[in-house]
Design a protein around this ligand. Structure first.
Ligand SMILES: [Zn+2]
Length: 151
């Protein structure tokens, strides 16, 4: 259950594969062939990764503990710059869309959102559009919480 962790890694710009329906063997193969670090809360899977010389980190505790542990282990700054973020839904890279180009995403957001904001981030892979709306405050509050755990 590392979905939240995957979200925070993508928002901080890290190339993160996350799926709830990948078989353990496939997960290990992907980690090995793409030289990825396996993050898991499954001690057995962690052990198998170690045996195959795959970089792996075994995570314990609640979501906040896990996020703080990973940020600490890999020196990730708990700060979100949306222009460096990856798509939280699909891990795609985001393109920033400024005011002069925003007509491009008009069909993809609610009219109210379109009229209110002038800065968007667009995922070419899944067509998701992000903007600094109400959730933005929650995102920053959570990063502050992680900063607190790290200090
Ligand atoms: Zn996407």
């Amino acid at each position: 259950m590392l979905g939240k962790l995957a979200l925070w890694l993508r928002l901080t710009g890290h190339d993160t594969i996350y799926s709830t329906d990948i078989h353990d063997d496939d997960l290990l193969d992907i980690a090995k062939s793409e030289d990825r670090i396996l993050l898991t809360s499954d001690a057995g899977l962690h052990e198998r990764a170690k045996q195959r010389e795959i970089k792996a980190l075994l995570l314990r505790g609640n979501v906040d503990d896990r996020v703080a542990r990973v940020f600490s282990e890999f020196n990730i700054a708990p700060h979100i710059n949306p222009s460096c973020s990856r798509c939280s839904k699909c891990n795609g890279t985001l393109e920033e869309i400024g005011k002069d180009q925003k007509a491009r995403i008009k069909e993809l957001v609610h009219e109210q959102t379109y009229n209110h904001y002038d800065r968007f981030w667009y995922c070419k892979d899944c067509q998701s559009v992000y903007f600094q709306g109400g959730q933005w405050e929650n995102i920053n509050e959570y990063m502050e919480r992680i900063r607190g755990l790290l200090s």
